[in-house]
Each structure stands twice: as structure tokens, then as C-alpha cells.
Design a protein around this ligand. Structure first.
Ligand code: AMP
Ligand code: ZN
Length: 460
């Protein structure tokens, strides 16, 4: 679903065979909560779907380690950088804090089987490109300087508001595009800072043609996306709250700088709620991957729980939902291990076509999960179910093959002989003996099941 055009649109890469994707990444001043991870998972699902259909994907995700001045409900922190505030609280160098949470972010992505991006540019290492971008916007008359700060002139960009539906004339003074007040010398209430004069701030400031200062948050994504992915980017992702002002401002900056539409499709993930309220640090209902693991759940249960709601709908997570997903995941892995003992058969073409269609039709993941629940119980050879499930895992990323080939629980003493005897009895069509042996096996805790491909067993 394209946020700007408000339609589900077919994605045709600008360069045939190559899909370019830019994803807004984390602000590394704290652990990512599972709400943030739901949004990062959206990008991974787009990427996997494109790769399954044969495209190469080039993905860039930024690391915001400077310039983020709002809290997670969009409220301006009074000019205080999030990262500096956290560094002060931890009594550490801000870059030490940033690298620590950046590493934690990568560990969380790995735990959720989110494939790594091609690049993770850090804002603090792209200041020169940002200065170049700002200079260009100044030259072109899209920006102006006041006392060492540079502002983007919102009125210089005709289609401002196309993503969010906000119109310049409706944005009231004092609640401008960045939440900043007009008191700082902006000419128009909805203008925003591309560069901020350092003022009293000492750390994380850089020299620029306008004196010491630091970039505004939206500047980084314009500079890094265009430089790393080019002037035409196929897909840009982020959480729904980034529609405005972040993406609106980014679009105005990038498009003004290059003179045409840079991003073809804007895709936004809806929020994750936890027990009914938006997950946010400021709400105090944050759940981390480590909390999920500490409770004994597989982190991929979280991934499966997310897949059960479509990305463009709010998802209401609860511990019960994670528990349910954990059980379903364990059941599927167990079944695959069991099926893997039978001869392989071609995958079910009908199910795989429906499954692919569900993913390609705007990531209808709940439907995809539903298809697998049905396939699990379908009257099909085990080997065929196995191959179909294994193929779907390329989209799902749930490590469904994890239990295959693992030593299974030990057969109780003597049970293997009974199993062999029963298999022979069935082959000889001696069903009385086969039934008697089934009961004998049940008495020692081995449950036997007859399938089209022979007998299987599990510990009851
Ligand atoms: P931040 O680290 O605060 O810059 O946020 C990183 C990403 O997480 C952004 O794309 C946000 O839109 C997204 N995000 C923040 N809160 C939530 C939430 N409760 N559910 C889903 N995504 C979120
Ligand atoms: Zn961004």
C-alpha cells in the first residue's frame, strides 16, 4: 500500500531486476522495543518477497546517532538531543552509548531472522553529505539561514503534505512541521531546521559553513538515501508515525534537491499496541526481545505473532498471543521433523501459488498463515507437506526446519523391537497383530500413527 497515492500499487523496480529499498532505522539511545521491531520486520518481508520472485534487493537502513530531538510521541524535547540526554543519564560518552545500542539493535534483528541490510550508515558519519545537501537547497532558494541555523522553506515545495495529507495552511503556528516553535527565527511556522546552530551544546557538533552545529533529524535520511541508493528509490519504509513530519520533510528536501520525485513508493507499518495501548517508552509498556526470551519463548514466536496481523493494521500484542505463537511454531517444527522421515514429494502447487499470491498482494500474511494451518491438516503425502512448508519459510523466516534431523527423544527400552514387529505385521496385512502391538507400544508410552507412507511414532 503506497501511503502517498493511497493505493495498492504494483512495484516495478526502476532498474529491471534490482529493487532499491531505504528503511528508516533506529535512534540508538535505548534498546529497540518489539514495536520498533515490527516496523523493521515489514522491510524484511518486502525484501524476502522480492527475492523469492527473483529480484536482487539493495537495502539501506540508517542509524540515527545524532539530531533526534523529539520523544516517541512526537513531542519536542526542548532542543535536547535524545542521545545526549541518555548519555548524561548513563554518565558516558554519547558515541559509546550509541554504539552499544546499535550492537543491541543488530542482535535483535538477528534474533528475529531479519536479514542484514547492505549498509547501515550512521548519521554522524555523513555530516559532509548533509552539508552538501543543505548548501544546494540554500543555493536553489529552498532554504535560508538565520543565526547559524538553516531552515527549509516549506512553501518552496509545491506538493508538501502529499504523504500525510497535511496542508501547510492547516498546520498551526507553534505546531509546525517539526514541533518547533516559530520563536527561533523561522520565517514561516511550518519551516524546519536542516541545520541547527550549536548554541550551548558542546558534544556532537560539527563545523559547517554556518558555524558549529548539528543536523536536523530529517536531513540525514535525504542525504544518505540519495547518495547510497541514487536519485530514484523504489521503496521507502518506516513506522506510520514517521509519515509526518519526518517523511514529509525528507521528501520535500530530496525532491527539491534533485528536481524530481525520488521515492516511488512509501510504505508504512501500523503501530504495535501492547495490551491495548501503543507501545512506547513514554507510555511505559515497552517489551524487549530479551523479555520474550527470559519468559522462555523463542524470539521467532514474536515474528510469527506479528505475521498474524497485516502490517497496515494495528496489532495488539499480549503475552497470550506470544505464547500461542510459540506453541504453533513448536508444533510446525515438530511436524516437519516427523514428515522429513518420509520420502520427499513435490510441493503442493495449489497451496504454494495461493501462498505466493498472499505475500505478493500487499503482504497478506494472516492469509498466508491460515493457508499453512490448512495445509498442515490436508490429505496430502507428508513429503509434499514438508516441501511446501520448507519453501514458504523463505518468506516467513521462522526456521521451520530447525528440528529436522535432530536426534529424537529416546524410544523406551524394547519399543524399537515392537515397532519393527508392527511394521512387519502391517506389511503382511496381519491387522490383529498390528493392533495388539499398537496397544503394547501405547502401554510403554509410544503412540503410533499410520500414514499413507508408513507408520510414525511419537512419545505420548
Ligand atoms: P525510533 O528508534 O524511535 O526512531 O523508531 C524506530 C522505528 O520504529 C520507526 O520507524 C518508528 O516509526 C517505529 N515505531 C515506533 N513505535 C512503534 C510502535 N509502537 N509500533 C510499530 N512501530 C513503531
Ligand atoms: Zn528516516
Amino acid at each position: 500500500m503506497d501511503t502517498r497515492t493511497r493505493q495498492v500499487e504494483e512495484i516495478q523496480p526502476g532498474t529491471p531486476g534490482l529493487l532499491t529499498v531505504y528503511a528508516c532505522g533506529p535512534t540508538v539511545y535505548r534498546y529497540a522495543h518489539v514495536g520498533n521491531l515490527r516496523t523493521f520486520l515489514l522491510t524484511d518481508l518486502i525484501r524476502r518477497t522480492a527475492e523469492q520472485s527473483g529480484l536482487r534487493v539493495k537495502l539501506v537502513q540508517n542509524i540515527t546517532d545524532v539530531g533526534h530531538l523529539q520523544d516517541d510521541s512526537g513531542i519536542d524535547l526542548g532542543g535536547e538531543d535524545k542521545l545526549l540526554a541518555q548519555a548524561r543519564a548513563e554518565n558516558k560518552d554519547p558515541f559509546v552509548v550509541a554504539r552499544f545500542y546499535e550492537d543491541a539493535f543488530h542482535a535483535d534483528l538477528a534474533a528475529l531472522n531479519v536479514r542484514p541490510a547492505d549498509a547501515y550508515p550512521r548519521a554522524s558519519e555523513w555530516i559532509e553529505s548533509m552539508i552538501a545537501l543543505i548548501s544546494r537547497l540554500l543555493e536553489q532558494g529552498n532554504a535560508y539561514e538565520v543565526d547559524g541555523s538553516v531552515y527549509f522553506a516549506a512553501q518552496s515545495f509545491d506538493t508538501y503534505g502529499a504523504i500525510s495529507g497535511n496542508r501547510l495552511e492547516d498546520l498551526r503556528a507553534g505546531h509546525g512541521a517539526t514541533g518547533e516553535s516559530t520563536a527561533e527565527g523561522k520565517r514561516f511556522h511550518a519551516d524546519w531546521a536542516l541545520w541547527k546552530a550549536a548554541g550551548a551544546q558542546r558534544e556532537m557538533t560539527w563545523e559547517s559553513p554556518w558555524g558549529y552545529g548539528f543536523p536536523g533529524w530529517h536531513t540525514e535520511c535525504s542525504a544518505m538515501s540519495v547518495e547510497l541508493l541514487g536519485e530514484r528509490i523504489d521503496v521507502h519504509t518506516g513506522g506510520i508515525d514517521l509519515r509526518f513530519p519526518h517523511h514529509e520533510d525528507e521528501r520535500a528536501q530530496s525532491d527539491s534537491a534533485v528536481g524530481h520525485e525520488v521515492v516511488k513508493h512509501w510504505v508504512h507499518g501500523e503501530h504495535l499496541l501492547f495490551e491495548g495501548r501503543k507501545m512506547a517508552k513514554s507510555t511505559g509498556n515497552v517489551v524487549l526481545v530479551s523479555d520474550v526470551v527470559q519468559r522462555g519463548y523463542d524470539p521467532l514466536a514474536l515474528r510469527l505473532a506479528f505475521l498474524q496481523t497485516r502490517y497496515r493494521q494495528q496489532a495488539n500484542l499480549s503475552w497470550a498471543a506470544i505464547e500461542g505463537a510459540d506453541r504453533l511454531l513448536a508444533r510446525w517444527r515438530g511436524l516437519l521433523a516427523e514428515w522429513a522421515e518420509q520420502p520427499s514429494k513435490p510441493m503442493c502447487a495449489e497451496v504454494s501459488a495461493d501462498f505466493q499470491e498472499a505475500f505478493e498482494n500487499d503482504l497478506d500474511t494472516p492469509r498466508a498463515v491460515q493457508l499453512l494451518r490448512r495445509l498442515e491438516k490436508a490429505e496430502l503425502p507428508d513429503g509434499s507437506k514438508l516441501e511446501t512448508f520448507l519453501w514458504t519459510d523463505g518468506y516467513l523466516g521462522l526456521d521451520l526446519a530447525r528440528e529436522i534431523g535432530k536426534p529424537r527423544a529416546e524410544v523406551p527400552a524394547g519399543a524399537q523391537a515392537l515397532l519393527d514387529e508392527r511394521a512387519a505385521a502391517r506389511a503382511a496385512k496381519d491387522f490383529d497383530a498390528s493392533d495388539r502391538l499398537r496397544d503394547e507400544l501405547a502401554a510403554v508410552g509410544v503412540v503410533v500413527k499410520d500414514t499413507k507412507d508408513g507408520q510414525t511414532w511419537s512419545l505420548g
